[in-house]
Design a protein around this ligand. Structure first.
Ligand code: SAH
Length: 253
């Protein structure tokens, strides 16, 4: 296989949903692309036009999708691999590099760029106020790619270190009970008064935000379109007539 000098691959983040939250850099790459590769619902967010081929795939075949994108770029195509939010956060950028590492040596000559996007955690936190204003961590609650005991261990250690925590993929039909267990662990480790934010479909017409205590939190408050943020021990609410603000002060200790 010969690598064309004109082909390239950009792994781009489309942000949380609203087109206004797509960066100009990503819009330019989409405008120059010959091929868009990604999970169906994300590919559907890219406008069709003459000369653009859309390759929509299932969500579970990340490595195959990444290899396909690299193959197209090696053939001289201009390929944008799309993810929601940021492509480096539990998304396609790492999958593309995994495929690159395992693939034919000439793929390493390809022009590959990662174009950042606004990740769901930051979009959700901005809507609520500033719950991630001090130290925090992000955890993917799906056990598709890691064993469940590792998730519980990270939860307990993050709670012990008093991080605010941002949870991606909190609950799905395939994993109905995991998030109940997460809430149990958190109640035990953080106490029942700790604040928790459920931010659903942020920046879309279905957006819905709810802040409750861990005592009041129920597993059903989250689904696969929800970002969950648990505050640190210092995270609090400023009540006001226009709606409460959730924030974590800059200093601790
Ligand atoms: N790369 C994406 C995350 C992919 S994991 C990013 O950077 O945002 C998918 C998870 O992201 C979902 O299960 C949900 O927890 C979260 N998510 C994505 N878009 C969201 C949105 N608009 N509102 C709330 N959560 C969202």
């Amino acid at each position: 296989m010969t690598t064309s000098v004109t082909g390239w691959i950009a792994v781009a983040g489309l942000g949380p949903g609203d087109a206004a939250l797509i960066t100009p850099e990503v819009s330019t790459a989409l405008a120059e692309a010959t091929d868009i590769v990604g999970y169906g619902p994300y590919v559907a967010r890219v406008a069709e036009r003459a000369g653009l081929t859309l390759h929509a795939t299932d969500n579970r075949v990340e490595l195959e999708r990444a290899s396909h994108a690299l193959t197209l770029a090696a053939e001289g195509r201009r390929v944008v691999v799309v993810s929601s939010g940021d492509p480096g956060v539990f998304a396609m950028a790492a999958a593309v590099f995994e495929a690159l590492e395992q693939g034919p040596p000439d793929w390493r000559d390809l022009d590959i760029r990662v174009l950042p996007g606004i990740t769901a955690m930051l979009a959700a936190s901005a809507r609520a106020g500033a719950p991630l204003g001090h130290d925090f961590c992000a955890i993917n609650l799906s056990d598709n790619l890691k064993p469940w005991p590792l998730i519980e261990r990270r939860l307990r250690l993050a709670a012990e270190a008093d991080f605010a925590m941002a949870f991606y993929n909190p609950r799905s039909k395939a994993r109905p009970h995991g998030f109940e267990r997460v809430l149990e662990v958190l109640r035990e480790a953080c106490g029942p008064d700790r604040l928790i934010l459920f931010a659903r479909a942020v920046s879309t017409p279905q957006e819905e935000l709810k802040v409750v205590s861990l005592r009041e939190a129920r597993a059903e408050m989250a689904d696969m379109r929800t970002m969950v943020i648990v505050g640190s021990s210092l995270t609090r609410l400023i009540e006001r007539p226009r709606g409460a603000i959730l924030y974590t002060p800059r200093s601790a200790g």
